[in-house]
Unconditional design. Structure first.
Ligand SMILES: N[C@@H](CCC(=O)N[C@@H](CS)C(=O)NCC(=O)O)C(=O)O
Length: 210
């Protein structure tokens, strides 16, 4: 049985597991309460960030790496095109852009705006993270002019990566998504896997629907 530690980007992992139909359990990790007293979690990830997984004797962190691992070890799955497939380059690019370009940038903008002292809220790094987010989002917008999903005509794990980042931008920094991104998110939210994941991820559901 696969154990997913923590929501946050762990929503991506739970969503993928639902799409793949794999059994798992979600183990809550309360970052706000502080992980220093959560010895079980710190034994899994001594660096104290979420998500992490335990699968047999495998322990991993990093949501995109975890998704690649699950798709490779528990696949094959249509959610990850084969390397020889024409859609593979776009798939691979957007799978990573969803975290490295989008979510990571939103995370630092959100931290600056909501947690940093007043004098740091609009500092150079926060503005740069916002610039990085909007330039990378431009690639998503261009992609949606030509295809309904990041890899092309079919939903893949790249949409889990990018879709989560767009939800995060909408909710964490109040980013006004364009019509194409909103229509894309609406398509993703209709998926059974998304709905089941949201039903399991209570903190995410409460945050996104508040
Ligand atoms: N690139 C990582 C980012 C992980 C991350 O920053 N997680 C946040 C919550 S979603 C966290 O645990 N922050 C607390 C910390 O970094 O100490 C991933 O995709 O898993």
């Amino acid at each position: 049985m696969i154990t997913v530690f923590g929501e946050g980007r762990g929503f991506r992992v739970v969503w993928l597991l639902e799409e793949m139909g794999l059994p798992y359990r979600l183990r809550d990790v309360d970052l706000l309460a502080g992980v220093e007293n959560d010895a079980e979690f710190l034994a899994i990830n001594p660096a104290g960030f979420i998500p992490a997984i335990r699968d047999g004797d495998v322990t991993m962190v990093e949501s995109i790496a975890i998704m690649e691992y699950l798709l490779a070890r528990h696949g094959p799955s249509a959610l990850a095109p084969n390397a020889q497939d024409p859609t593979f380059p776009a798939y691979q690019q957007f799978l990573h852009l969803g975290e490295a370009g989008l979510s990571a940038s939103v995370y630092f903008v959100s931290g600056a705006r909501n947690i940093a002292p007043e004098s740091e809220r609009d500092n150079w790094s926060a503005r740069q993270a916002m610039r990085v987010f909007t330039s990378r989002l431009g690639l998503v917008t261009r992609r949606l002019e030509h295809a309904p999903y990041m890899a092309g005509e079919a939903f893949t794990a790249a949409d889990i990566s990018v879709g989560y980042a767009l939800e995060m931008a909408r909710k964490n920094i109040g980013f006004a998504l364009g019509d194409a991104e909103q229509a894309y998110l609406a398509r993703l939210r209709e998926r059974g896997g998304y709905r089941r994941a949201l039903a399991v991820c209570e903190a995410t559901r409460t945050w996104w629907t508040s």
